[in-house]
Structure formats: C-alpha cells, structure tokens
Write a new protein. Structure first.
Length: 132
C-alpha cells in the first residue's frame, strides 16, 4: 500500500557480557511507526509500538566445542494499516573450530518450538485482509 508519509521513531539498548568461557549479548529495541495520509481510508486510532528483544548466549566447553542458545521476541504492533501479532523463536547450536580457528563447523536447531510465524492483518476502514 502506498501512503503519503510514515513517521518512525526507534530506540535500542544493547548489553554485552564476556566472563571467562561465557559470553552473551542482549539487544532490546522499541519502535513506533505512524502512517500519515489524507485519505481517511488509511486512518485508524489503534496505533501501538513494537518491542524487539534478541538474546544470544555462548558457553565454551573447555576446548572441545561451544554451546549456543539464542532467541528473539517481537511484540504485536499496529501502525495504522498493518497489525501484527506477537512472535518468538528459540534456537540452539553446537559449534566446533578446527585448523587453528580457520574452519568452523556448526550444527543448528533453528526455531526449536516452531513458533516463528508472522500473523496479523491488513486493514482499510471497511476492508480487512487476513493472510492465511
């Protein structure tokens, strides 16, 4: 959908941690989008911000391998036209380095709980489209 203008605001906070064999970083972002358009078909008062949180954790098991777990959460959002539901995912990996850290092999289990599915709808006053 083409609209005349979108006002966007964004802020983020990142926290890295590196203690011995354990390292992690977590990022939290808050964004707010508002559609601006003279055509009343696009206007709605149901505007809400979006929270995004990503967290990565790695633990080195001696010199054998690294255990990794990471995940993301994206909250629901409404920008005036699109409404999206909450979504999250959790993944895990085992990584091993070879040849003096020149080669890395990683086995990844992505989206372990099979939850990373976008859901929501698209609205224009009397028209509502819900993706399947």
């Amino acid at each position: 959908v083409n609209v005349q203008h979108v006002n966007s605001y964004f802020t983020t906070l990142s926290i890295p941690i590196d203690i011995g064999r354990y390292s992690s970083y977590t990022t939290a972002s808050l964004s707010f989008d508002k559609v601006i358009d003279d055509r009343p078909i696009f206007m709605t008062n149901k505007i809400s911000p979006r929270l995004y949180v990503y967290s990565y954790h790695k633990y080195n098991v001696k010199q054998w391998f690294d255990l990794e777990i990471f995940g993301a959460f994206i909250s629901k959002q409404n920008d005036g036209i699109y409404f999206t539901e909450n979504t999250y995912s959790v993944s895990a990996a085992i990584a091993k380095r070879f040849l003096k850290n020149k080669l890395s092999v990683r086995v990844l289990a992505n989206d372990i709980f099979f939850t990373n599915r976008e859901a929501g709808n698209f609205e224009q006053r009397r028209l509502s489209m819900i993706p399947v």
